[in-house]
Design a protein. Structure first.
Length: 301
């Protein structure tokens, strides 16, 4: 039996090398299911492998917008841990090993479609638009790959797991030409399946737009250590909300400074309950049901 689902987590990443089985066991002990999210070809296949190996575990497959071009990323995703042990930070600067260089993977539609047809795959993504360190000539590449993954989701009839991040230093407000606006317009015109906006970091106006086209919004451990999103959490109906860890990143209070893991998602749901004036049981019941419904999950799987 599970009481909650971490709907966006990465226990297949190298940050869990060496104690991955213990991490998965703690998730089971905490009565937490999880959706293991792929970010490129390798991590998508690894997500499927984990989903088949553990109960109450599912997978997504997709190409993260960052990986559509060559870019420096942190070592927690694919590199092996350094001699000093696991990296628990949320940035490349915190890692004890040299960050890897993304290959700039070309999106292979047929390859991802084959992965997507696996019975344990419940969504396409994480995919979307990331303008945080965007070079202007890569914007069209991201858009084309996102468009192809929307088409794939439509083709296989599975929802989208969205990654959307604004330009560095941009406020959370809605702005035409921003990542949230550009992704919204593409979804509105082309998506025939529902979607979840992972790690939602927009304002109420942005939330309103995405809710209007049937999206759900998921919140991370950020809401446990800042009040910046309290008003958005209050605004979004509990029926349109989910929770996630995005492990190994964004560790919630009281575990800040350590590596995040799926079992901590219950700390995030407790914070949702506090902000929305619900009991923890009420919040968990609603959040679990939302995940089951959005991703068409069966608790017995």
């Amino acid at each position: 039996m599970i009481k909650l689902i971490d709907i966006h987590t990465h226990p297949q990443f190298a940050a869990f090398e060496g104690d991955g089985e213990a991490v998965m066991a703690r998730s089971v002990e905490a009565e937490v299911g999880q959706i293991v999210v792929g970010t490129q070809n390798d991590t998508s296949q690894a997500a499927i492998d984990l989903a088949h190996a553990y109960p109450h575990t599912w997978a997504t497959v997709g190409l993260h917008p960052i990986h559509t071009t060559k870019s420096y990323r942190d070592a927690q995703e694919l590199e092996q841990p350094g001699p000093t042990g696991q990296s628990f930070g949320a940035s490349a600067e915190d890692c004890p090993v040299k960050p890897f260089t993304s290959r700039g993977e070309l999106f292979d539609y047929e390859r991802y479609k084959k992965l997507a047809m696996d019975e344990k795959v419940v969504a396409i993504g994480e995919c979307g638009l990331d303008y945080f360190r965007l070079e202007e000539d890569t914007k069209q590449i991201q858009t084309n790959v996102f468009d192809a993954q929307i088409a794939l989701a439509n083709d296989v009839g599975k929802p989208l797991m969205l990654h959307i991040r604004e330009s560095k230093g941009m406020t959370t407000g809605w702005r035409e030409g921003g990542a949230y606006a550009d992704a919204f317009h593409l979804l509105h015109s082309k998506a025939k399946v529902p979607a979840n906006v992972h790690f939602f970091a927009g304002d109420i106006e942005t939330a309103k737009r995405y809710l209007s086209i049937g999206c759900t919004l998921s919140f991370t451990g950020v809401i446990t250590f800042t009040h910046d999103y309290d008003e958005v959490v209050k605004y979004v109906p509990i029926e349109s909300m989910m929770v996630e860890t995005d492990a190994p990143y964004i560790t919630p209070v009281p575990h800040r400074g350590k590596r995040n893991e799926p079992s901590y998602v219950r700390l995030i749901s407790a914070r949702v309950a506090l902000i929305k004036g619900l009991t923890i049981e009420q919040a968990e019941t609603a959040l679990l049901q939302n995940a089951l419904q959005r991703f068409r999950l069966q608790k017995g799987e």
